[in-house]
Design a protein around this ligand. Structure first.
Ligand SMILES: C[S@@+](CC[C@H](N)C(=O)[O-])C[C@H]1O[C@@H](n2cnc3c(N)ncnc32)[C@H](O)[C@@H]1O
Length: 276
C-alpha cells in the first residue's frame, strides 16, 4: 500500500532531504522495498525504522540496490530495518505467492494487469504463459477463470521452484502445468497450440514473437508486453504485425493497454492481438 513517506518523515528530515525522498514504496507480503537516493544514505536506517513503526503489517524494510537486470530480471536488496529475512508470502486476488524478491523477479505493480488478462480468458481455453516467474499469471488465471489448462515456462530455477511451491499452496487450482527451462527449447518440445499466449518479458519479448505466433491457434489471442515511449505505441503494434506477415498470418483486432510507468514518458504496455 502506498503511504506518503514525506508526511511520516517531515519532522525528521531537512527540507532538502525531504525533496529527495520518494513518496512511497512497494510492499510484497510483509516486506517494504524502497529506493533510497544517494543523498539520503546516512538516513536510511531512520527511514526504515519509521516505515516499520508506522505499518503494523510490515516486518522487513529493504532498500533496492541497483536496477532490475540480467537474464532473470532480479534486483539486489539490503535490509534496513526489521527481521533479517528476504522471503515472504504475498496475496494477489485470492492467490498465495511465496517469494524472495531478491532471488526472483516479482512485481506487485503488475497485479491489476494479471487480473485483466484472467478476466479475458474464456471457458475451455488453453493458455500459455511464457516467462512465468513464480507463477503469478498462471495462478491468477487458474483461480479466476474457467480455462482448460494453463502452461507456464520459466528459466530461472529458483523462480520455477517457487512456482511449484505456489501451485501446491493454492490447492484448489488443478489446471496449471509448470516447466523449467528456456522457452525457446520448451515451447517446440510441447508440440501443442494455444488459444491465448501471454509474453510478460518487456525487455526482450520481441526475440520470441515468431516462436509464440507459431504455436498460437487460428483466431487466438496474443498478449505481447513491451516498453515504449508514450508517442510510439504504434511501434510495438508493428512488431506484432511484422511477425504475423512473416508467418503468413493476419492481425484481426488489436489494442494497447498501458500497464506501468517505467521512466519519464515511457510505459510498460501490452499489445493485445487476435491473430488469424
Ligand atoms: C519480467 S519477469 C516476469 C515474471 C512473471 N511473469 C511475473 O509477472 O512476475 C520475466 C521472467 O522471464 C524469465 N526469463 C527470461 N528469459 C527467459 C527464457 N528465455 N525462457 C524462460 N524464461 C525466461 C526471467 O527469469 C523472469 O523470471
Amino acid at each position: 500500500m502506498a503511504v506518503n513517506l514525506k508526511t511520516l518523515l517531515q519532522d525528521s528530515l531537512s527540507p532538502d532531504e525531504l525533496d529527495c525522498l520518494v513518496r512511497s514504496y512497494d510492499v510484497i507480503g510483509d516486506i517494504a522495498m524502497i529506493i533510497i537516493p544517494d543523498r539520503l544514505i546516512g538516513k536510511e536506517h531512520l527511514i526504515g525504522e519509521t516505515i516499520l513503526r508506522n505499518n503494523k503489517r510490515i516486518k522487513v524494510v529493504a532498500k533496492r540496490v541497483g536496477i532490475y537486470g540480467g537474464e532473470y530480471r532480479t534486483i539486489g536488496l539490503e535490509i534496513l530495518a526489521g527481521e533479517n529475512r528476504k522471503e515472504t508470502e504475498h496475496k494477489e486476488f485470492g492467490i498465495r505467492l511465496q517469494v524472495n524478491p531478491e532471488r526472483v523477479y516479482f512485481s506487485v505493480r503488475s497485479g491489476t494487469e494479471r487480473k485483466r488478462i484472467a478476466n479475458l480468458v474464456r471457458e475451455g481455453e488453453n493458455v500459455l504463459v511464457l516467462f512465468s516467474g513464480i507463477a503469478p499469471y498462471p495462478l491468477v488465471i487458474g483461480g479466476n477463470s474457467c480455462a482448460q489448462e494453463i502452461v507456464g515456462i520459466e528459466k530461472n530455477p529458483e523462480a520455477h521452484n517457487y512456482a511449484v511451491k505456489n501451485l501446491k499452496l493454492n490447492r484448489k487450482i488443478k489446471n496449471v502445468k509448470l516447466y523449467c527451462g528456456d522457452v525457446a527449447e520448451i515451447v517446440p518440445s510441447l508440440d501443442k497450440r494455444f488459444d491465448r499466449i501471454v509474453m510478460p518479458l518487456p525487455t526482450r519479448g520481441h526475440d520470441f514473437l515468431d516462436m509464440a505466433v507459431s504455436v498460437l491457434k487460428e483466431n487466438g489471442t496474443l498478449h505481447y508486453y513491451d516498453m515504449q515511449k508514450s508517442d510510439n505505441f504504434k511501434e510495438s503494434q508493428y512488431k506484432v504485425n511484422d511477425c504475423c506477415i512473416r508467418a503468413g498470418r493476419q492481425v484481426l483486432e488489436r489494442g494497447v493497454t498501458r500497464c506501468g510507468h517505467c521512466a519519464p514518458r515511457t510505459f510498460r504496455i501490452c499489445v493485445d492481438a487476435v491473430i488469424r
